[in-house]
Design a protein around this ligand. Structure first.
Ligand code: SAM
Length: 288
């Protein structure tokens, strides 16, 4: 287990997101509540579809808050928390502009949360690997889950991230002083390069971040075991030779697979299959 200096890490990560909030958006884009769905990323649309309307949700490390905003439509209790003032300020602009009365936004550090509340769904996507101790962070976010509630964590995978490490090395060494080659190189990696907001957020997060860690499925299963959390499902799936299908599969349905050893073989696959997503994987557990 790797631990880093808490204050230093938190300070630099906060500074980074205060300068370059994620995923970011142009407020002009959102004029009606319908625009939240219209401009949502496919995975946000998916979560909005599969999470029941009567569920309470907390999005820990919500960034600029588009996901929490979308989920708040038609739901009574949705909370977004983050550490970054700039990110929360943007999230608040969206909340006010669209009059999202069931969305609450709270500034808090994962390690110092004193929300006296528990939720049906705890989402923490792309956050823990930017903290000084992801495992400890997981323990903290679990406090927000009801007994029987779902916890979804999105993390960089140690194997899946290999390609990004190589690309990062190339960008910061051989291509460092060649703007044209750099642009070509980056263009090849993101389909929506025309979408400036998306590109800016993606580039900064992947290539310029001051702090990240990467994790294995075994590690996450270990965190689950230690904290009495039942494994439910994951994207990519741990089933061999099967790709998770957002139209047919439900991330919160129990995947009754025999976990032994399969996750090791699968993660080797992820070196190639998750390269475009920066080696990102989402695991869902259920608090016993
Ligand atoms: C990559 S962004 C992810 C944003 C959003 N969850 C998403 O998936 O688009 C990471 C977010 O985690 C927040 N964060 C990082 N460390 C944190 C901490 N210790 N406490 C609370 N939020 C934190 C950052 O401010 C940032 O907004």
């Amino acid at each position: 287990m790797r631990c880093f200096n808490m204050d230093k890490t938190t300070e630099s990560v906060k500074g980074f997101y205060d300068k370059t909030p994620f995923p970011d958006f142009e407020l002009d884009r959102f004029n009606t509540k319908d625009d939240l769905l219209k401009y949502a990323f496919p995975f946000a649309k998916y979560l909005n579809r599969i999470i029941p309307k009567d569920a309470s949700i907390v999005d820990v490390g919500c960034g600029t808050g588009q996901l929490a905003a979308l989920l708040s439509l038609g739901r009574e209790n949705v909370v977004g928390t983050d550490l970054s003032d700039t990110s929360l300020a943007k999230a608040n602009q969206l909340k006010e502009k669209l009059d999202l009365s069931t969305l609450r936004l709270i500034k808090t550090d994962i390690f110092k949360m004193d929300l006296n509340e528990q939720f049906d769904y705890v989402l923490c996507l792309g956050v823990l690997h930017h903290t000084h101790n992801a495992k400890e962070g997981f323990r903290h976010i679990l406090k927000l889950s009801k007994k029987g509630g779902y916890v979804a964590i999105g993390l960089y995978n140690k194997f899946g991230r290999i390609s990004l490490y190589l690309r990062k090395f190339l960008l910061h060494t051989i291509l460092r002083n060649n703007e044209k080659m750099k642009e070509l190189f980056l263009k090849k990696q993101i389909l929506s390069f025309q979408d400036k907001e998306r590109f800016r957020g993606w580039y900064n997060d992947q290539f310029e971040h001051p702090h990240e860690t990467a994790h294995t499925v075994s590690e996450v299963l270990g965190w689950f075991k230690e904290n009495d959390v039942e494994y439910i499902n994951s994207i990519p799936t741990l089933k061999l030779a099967y790709d998770f299908n957002l139209d047919a599969d439900n991330l919160f349905d129990k995947d009754n697979i025999n976990l032994t050893s399969k996750h090791i073989i699968n993660q080797l696959r992820w070196i190639f299959t998750t390269a475009n997503d920066g080696g990102y994987f989402i695991t869902v557990g259920r608090k016993k």
